[in-house]
Design a protein around this ligand. Structure first.
Ligand SMILES: Nc1ncnc2c1ncn2[C@@H]1O[C@H](COP(=O)(O)OP(=O)(O)OP(=O)(O)O)[C@@H](O)[C@H]1O
Length: 316
């Protein structure tokens, strides 16, 4: 009897279940770590059914779950248009390829672009007891975006507490087994960013900047914001660094060269790497095919940055 019940339960729950028989009573401990509430309920029901073999009078199931230790990585920039969302999407995908269970939160209330970047434009998340279910994407990184909650153009009108409340729903959604949450913050260093950073205690922040001086001054302000909130800076990424000609492959530096790396050294923060300015990155992004998901020439730059972020997170 003992073995029959064990086999039947193992057939539906694998090594998540431990069975103990006491006479005709089956006591089952079920490890639901990382499952969504729906999956957990379904598994519990399946285990009950499986154990209820002839000769078993009673089935008791105790469901346990370890808390998933989740690290939140904020991606920020001092001003808009520097490629923060592009970096966040590709970083999330590259971290997932490196073996992490990654989710992506698009908190950019001014221009939520992740649904397009991650090829899930027009999707809406479902909710369970008011807790949102992240939307799967073709890249193995589930997503929740402000753009999925409000109509295009409306997001801009959200300010202060209203935005903070809505953003909270995204971070506190049912992220299940996700161990790494990449947070694409709104550009700049205003109230909304400060609230997010303080409330959700990111493990660290990645700052994105272009090589221009002005962008770097803005980036310095973003670094200050995290410093004041006690969030460590993982490092600085230089985006649009050098233009790579699609015809001859030659690289030129319309905005100068090495500015971000020098600034990182001056500010005493790690330099995580540079992403070139290429037409391929823009067209792939617009088409919802982030370069990091493929093996093209630009993928390597994103993977190198992700490897540094991954190493930094592991050391914490
Ligand atoms: N390295 C790059 N090479 C070419 N185009 C890029 C690169 N990085 C970003 N872009 C393009 O620049 C534009 C702005 O990028 P993105 O939306 O990622 O910036 P952002 O900083 O998130 O802007 P926002 O302030 O709107 O949130 C997009 O069209 C994107 O495809």
């Amino acid at each position: 009897m003992n073995d029959k019940v064990k086999d039947a339960v193992a057939a539906v729950a694998g090594n998540r279940a431990t069975v103990r028989m006491e006479g005709a009573r089956a006591g089952i401990v079920l490890d639901a770590t990382g499952l969504t509430p729906t999956a957990r309920d379904a598994l519990e029901a399946a285990v009950r059914d499986a154990a209820a073999l002839p000769g078993v009078d009673e089935v008791r199931v105790v469901v346990t779950a370890e808390r998933v230790a989740r690290q939140l990585v904020a991606v920020a920039s001092g001003k808009g248009g520097v490629g923060k969302s592009t970096l966040a999407a590709n970083l999330a995908i590259a971290l997932a390829k490196a073996g992490r269970r990654v989710g992506l939160v698009d908190a950019d209330i001014y221009g939520p672009s992740q649904p397009r970047l991650m090829q899930v434009e027009g999707t809406r998340p479902t909710a369970n007891d008011k807790v949102l279910d992240p939307v799967p994407t073709p890249y193995g990184v589930p997503l929740l975006s402000m753009g999925q909650l409000v109509d295009p153009g409306r997001a801009l009108a959200w300010r202060g507490p209203m935005a903070a409340g809505a953003l909270g729903q995204l971070v506190e959604a049912d992220w299940g087994a996700t161990d790494t949450l990449v947070l694409d913050l709104p550009p700049g260093t205003g109230d909304v960013q400060l609230t997010m950073v303080q409330k959700y205690k990111a493990a660290g922040a990645v700052i994105v900047s272009t090589p221009q001086d002005l962008a770097l001054i803005d980036a310095t302000r973003a670094i200050d914001l995290f410093d004041k909130a006690g969030v460590p800076i993982i490092g600085l990424v230089e985006n649009m660094a050098g233009y790579v000609c699609p015809h001859c492959g030659e690289s030129s530096d319309p905005f100068g060269n090495g500015g971000a790396e020098a600034a990182a050294a001056r500010l005493n923060i790690p330099f995580l790497g540079r992403i070139p300015l290429t037409i391929a990155i823009r067209t792939a992004s617009d088409a919802g095919e982030p370069p990091a998901a493929g093996n093209g020439a630009d993928a390597a730059a994103f993977h190198a940055i992700a490897a540094r972020v991954d190493a930094w997170l592991k050391e914490r």
